[in-house]
Ligand binder design. Structure first.
Ligand code: PHE
Length: 339
């Protein structure tokens, strides 16, 4: 075979290669340049030529070898590119196909309200305190100035586990635990689940409260009003005002019931505020001296205010929910409404 034929045959083979012929390429390479390849054989046969022909023949074979090698390299790169292009083409996405999307979860409306309030109070220097849900009679009642057999116990229908152990009826038990553990000055909120033997469209046997407690040397009822005013404006809007009504809780003296002006009708009267212009949101007061004494804090040195709000109730007001059960049922159709 002469060089022209070898060249023509090799170029034809290379030309016929396609994306899937990487193997054929390496076969072609070994046919040309391998140990028993045609060009190798030609090189070897040089020694049989008469000396005066050797340089010319050697040069021609070598030129062909270099040419074909670079052609093979080019082809190799081209095949590699074709393989990648083919792979991309086979994985191409059809963005026009209509597939059902996975639904993405969201924070429960109650937790959203809890997080919002927690952020507000933490931003104002309060610590977050976690207190047990299964409580002793002492922390839930006695230390809070509700002695055994006192009529004030009737204010809260209680789930007793034993005579002495119960599901806490209020996060106020957290006040006592905090005061026993830390020395004033103190500023804390205690959010959590509470339980009462109650069940209708606005009462659930389990619901959530957020307790607040501030103790320092010169704390007054004005500080309580200021703290709640700031909180109400943050939650219900800048134009919201707060009013105190006298009330009674055994662990605060004086005690107040706190209303905010209706964010919906701004006091004119509507469905949200049951035509009163005001919405009741929490109970509060100045910490009773007896509670300080029970917790080992000198009531002549320190004063404090406390408040306790129902998180479910605030969620219901903000999200216009009319049945507290909806907060508990976790029906995804309902939860989707608050994404
Ligand atoms: N613990 C009271 C309740 O559950 C609310 C409250 C808390 C009142 C703190 C005064 C001070 O009704």
């Amino acid at each position: 075979m002469d060089l022209k034929e070898i060249r023509a045959e090799a170029l034809k083979k290379l030309n016929d290669l396609h994306a899937k012929s990487e193997r054929d390429l390496s076969a072609t390479k070994s046919h040309l340049f391998g140990k028993s390849g045609v060009l190798t054989a030609l090189m070897r046969s040089l020694k049989d030529l008469p000396p005066d022909q050797k340089p010319q023949a050697g040069k021609e074979i070598n030129d062909l070898r270099i040419e074909l090698m670079s052609k093979c390299d080019e082809k190799e790169k081209e095949l590699h590119r074709l393989v990648i292009e083919e792979a991309i083409r086979s994985q191409e996405l059809d963005l026009s196909i209509d597939v059902p999307l996975h639904s993405v979860g969201s924070v429960h409306p109650l937790n959203r309200v809890k997080n919002l309030l927690t952020d507000y109070f933490v931003g104002n220097g309060y610590i977050v305190y976690d207190s047990p849900e299964i409580e002793t009679d002492y922390y839930n009642f006695q230390a809070l100035n509700v002695p055994q057999d006192h009529p004030a116990r009737d204010m809260q229908d209680t789930f007793f586990i034993t005579d002495n152990i119960l599901l806490r009826t209020q996060t106020s038990s957290g006040q006592v635990r905090l005061m026993e553990k830390y020395k004033p000055p103190l500023k804390m909120i205690c959010p959590g689940r509470v339980y009462r033997n109650d069940d209708d469209s606005t009462h659930s046997p389990v619901f959530h409260q957020m307790e607040g407690l501030v103790i320092d040397k010169n704390v007054t009822l004005c500080d309580l009003k200021g703290a709640l005013d700031g909180f109400a404006k943050f939650i219900f809007g800048e134009s919201t005002s707060v009013r105190f009504r006298p009330s009674y809780f055994p662990f605060t003296e004086p005690s107040v019931e706190v209303d905010v002006s209706c964010f919906n009708c701004h006091g004119k009267g509507c469905r949200v505020c049951k035509n009163t212009g005001w919405i009741e949101i929490l109970g509060a007061g100045m910490v009773n001296r007896k509670v300080f004494e029970n917790c080992g804090i000198d009531p002549d040195e320190y004063r404090g205010f406390a408040f306790g709000m129902g998180l479910d109730r605030i969620t219901m007001i903000l999200c216009a929910i009319n049945d507290i059960k909806l907060i508990w049922e976790n029906d995804v159709r309902f939860l989707h409404m608050f994404k």
